[in-house]
Write a protein that binds this ligand. Structure first.
Ligand SMILES: NC(=O)c1ccc[n+]([C@@H]2O[C@H](COP(=O)([O-])OP(=O)(O)OC[C@H]3O[C@@H](n4cnc5c(N)ncnc54)[C@H](O)[C@@H]3O)[C@@H](O)[C@H]2O)c1
Length: 359
């Protein structure tokens, strides 16, 4: 008989339901426990999703006492650090929702704990599973752009501010920069092989979120809804990043890779006020280069697909655990993503450039 992985879910809010749906598509997993800090919420979740085999807990530490193979951590951002550390130390493989953490120090400790315990820490960046991301990565890494010296990424929603869990620092830690910016950074940096960031100069604001004309929860909104940064990396690469949950503009532009031999422009898919950020699907990929001195622009065919990227990420995690492989999206790598977010927040507060201290 094939092995069945026993899964626990920590945090039973909105995104936890997507984890249940993804696990349900797999034959080699069984959801056996759910925990939520709000008394009775885990039980309601179990009833709603009809998982009678699962035990409810109000304290995730009791869930971690069970003999589980994996946990999905679906808590708000500020709880990612402690739940992950405790889960790894309890011998569970962790599928952690994005962003990895709130601070860089937390992310470093989380990755170190995964290494020390030998259990997997996998970060939930599902846009990586769009097959077009592989095209972008292949082109960037093939060398056909020459030396890539500049990247521009991020993007903006005309109106697309979430509420609830996402808009107060004491629950979310940060706003648009962490929520959707982490995806743009991940896709651009993953294409480049995750270079090491060294300095950040950034600025952020929240003129829309704190204005009751634009947000119905303006009185509790204290994260940023806009951020802009210039990030320097080792080997003379710079990245210009901008991200916005709301603005009086249709777009903040596509993602660009400028190289000495070619350039790549990636335009996000979708239309409407919530689109325009490089945080998911790809609309167009344009390749610019010279042929015998003539300027050539080619459209790289975009792969149309109906994959559920969220399900792909959960499936990949489960298979990696079953097959004893490395984490598909390892915490150790995503520390660099978190380092940039941490740097943007620090630089914005200090209103000057800051250094990023990473080994
Ligand atoms: N990958 C994606 O597409 C995606 C989409 C939405 C949200 N997310 C991420 O998922 C996380 C959760 O977002 P959400 O929208 O589900 O939030 P939510 O507020 O709907 O749910 C979070 C749940 O966690 C519970 N919780 C808080 N602290 C806890 C703790 N210490 N132990 C146990 N439970 C705890 C809360 O009571 C709540 O029920 C966030 O980090 C968010 O960034 C990812």
């Amino acid at each position: 008989m094939s092995r069945i992985l026993k899964i626990g879910i920590i945090g039973s809010g909105g995104i936890a339901g997507s984890h249940v749906k993804a696990y349900r598509e797999l034959t080699d997993v069984d959801i056996v426990a759910v925990a939520d800090v709000i008394p009775g919420k885990a039980k309601q979740f179990i009833d709603f999703w009809n998982i009678p085999s699962a035990q409810p807990f109000d304290d995730y530490r009791r869930l971690l006492e069970l003999d589980l193979d994996c946990v999905s951590i679906c808590t708000p951002n500020v709880a990612h650090y402690q739940t992950t550390i405790d889960a790894l130390k309890a011998g569970k493989n962790v599928m952690l929702e994005k962003p990895m953490s709130v601070t860089l120090n937390e992310a470093i400790e989380m990755a170190q704990t995964a290494k020390q315990t030998g259990f997997m820490l996998n970060i939930g960046f599902q846009p990586r599973y769009d097959p077009n991301m592989r095209i972008i990565q292949d082109i960037v890494q093939s060398g056909q752009l020459g030396k890539v010296y500049y990247i521009e990424t991020g993007g903006g929603r005309r109106r697309g501010m979430p509420g609830g869990t996402f808009i107060s620092k004491d629950i979310a830690g940060a706003g648009a920069i962490a929520d959707i910016g982490c995806y743009s950074l991940d896709m651009a940096l993953n294409a480049m092989g995750y270079p090491k960031p060294v300095t950040v100069s950034a600025s952020s604001s929240n003129y829309f979120g704190t204005n009751s004309r634009y947000h119905k929860e303006a009185s509790r909104f204290d994260v940023e809804d806009f951020g802009v940064a210039m990030i320097r990396f080792e080997n003379d690469l710079v990245l210009n990043f901008k991200i916005s949950w709301a603005m009086h503009m249709d777009t903040l532009g596509p993602t660009l890779f400028l190289g000495t031999e070619g350039g790549l422009k990636v335009t996000p898919a979708g239309k409407g006020p919530w689109s325009g950020v490089f945080d998911g699907s790809v609309g167009a990929i344009s390749y610019f280069h010279d042929v015998r001195g003539q300027h050539v622009e080619s459209q790289i065919p975009v792969i149309e697909h109906n994959k559920n990227l969220f399900h792909e990420k959960v499936r990949d995690f489960v298979h990696a655990v079953l097959e004893g492989k490395q984490a598909p999206i390892p915490g150790e790598q995503i520390v660099r993503n978190q380092a940039i977010i941490d740097g943007i927040i620090r630089s914005s507060l200090l209103k000057r450039e800051v250094t990023i201290d990473l080994e």
